[in-house]
Design a protein. Sequence first.
Length: 290
Amino acid sequence: MKIRIGTRGSRLALVQTGLVADRLRAVGHEVELVPIVTEGDVRPVDMVPGEGVFVAAIARALRAGEIDVAVHSAKDVPIADEPGLTIAAYPERADARDALVTRAGGATLETLPEGAVVGTDSPRREGFVLAARKGLRVIPLHGNVDSRLRRLDEGAVEVLVLAAAGIDRLGEGSRIDQRLDPTVVPPAPAQGALAIQARSGDRELLAALGELDDPQVRFAIETERTVLEASGGGCRAPLGALVMPSDDGYRLLAYAINAEGRVRGTSGSGPADYIGARARPIGEWLAEAW
């Protein structure tokens, strides 16, 4: 079939959409990429992004029939269901961790000099970084991955903390100084994963997209997002959650940090049904942290 995929125009968005397009072309589908400008793309570079700003315009185009499929960074998808739309597939997940990047390279969170200026677009990253390393100075730094790397190189900040997956997908993984331990800086729920969205009634298309779904990734993402939903937070909540395979099934890390810099969290292992069942009460418990 011919499939029109809506995508943001940033280099990372095009790379991520291209991964899905290549998978669909490999099994015989004809794919067209349709660039869409989102609210997040036209906001001033230093304006804090709101909930769903990178998703809403593409979802509207999908509901209107202007495109057939949307590819999102899963962590940007709002918790509330989009009427008439469904996540048809979560394909394989990239590195979910956050990454530390400096101009010179070779740094770690522990070896950064006192007073080093750290740029990040995330209250979660700011909170956990400062909880782990006192004495750093964190300033807001928004924009896509390319623009943040450029501002680092221009001297606007000395350090970046951002998602490892985005850097890796852009072929810039060699710039990463340190991939941060998720027990120190826990990643945003669903970080590193892609969400492939389609209309709920397009049965033939949903069947085709379902071939791209990774059940283990789906379980991890849905569990992490359940923690976020139960906490009452959105995609910018100061909360991290990560499901990882373990010897006895899965391990769930979930941590929150409050305005005073106090961390609350849990780490537990067990089979998938146990971890999934624990996600909501853990989220409600973490909500008390802020």
